[in-house]
Design a protein. Structure first.
Length: 87
């Protein structure tokens, strides 16, 4: 990903998600209640989804806007493929 407006926020969110995921791993190793583990996994998933939204919006605002102006169909097609994978 190129450096965009929200790069620092995205990196912070990814670090936070990684920390939560490590906590989930420890919970499993410690034999914690499955319901607690599932709740924490849900929080990790939400963090990743929200981070993906920030990256997608940033990508549209910068890369895709430039691609449309420059008739760069390849970049637009790459976005379509990425969206297909995340949905």
């Amino acid at each position: 990903m190129e450096r965009h407006e929200h790069t620092k926020a995205v990196l912070n969110r990814i670090s936070r998600a990684a920390g939560h995921l490590n906590a989930v791993k420890k919970m499993i190793e410690d034999g914690r209640d499955c319901s607690d583990v599932l709740i924490q996994l849900s929080a990790v998933k939400a963090e990743i989804v929200n981070t993906s939204k920030i990256i997608l919006k940033d990508h549209i605002d910068h890369c895709i806007a430039d691609a449309v102006k420059n008739n760069d169909e390849e970049t637009v097609e790459l976005l379509k493929k990425a969206v297909d994978r995340i949905l």
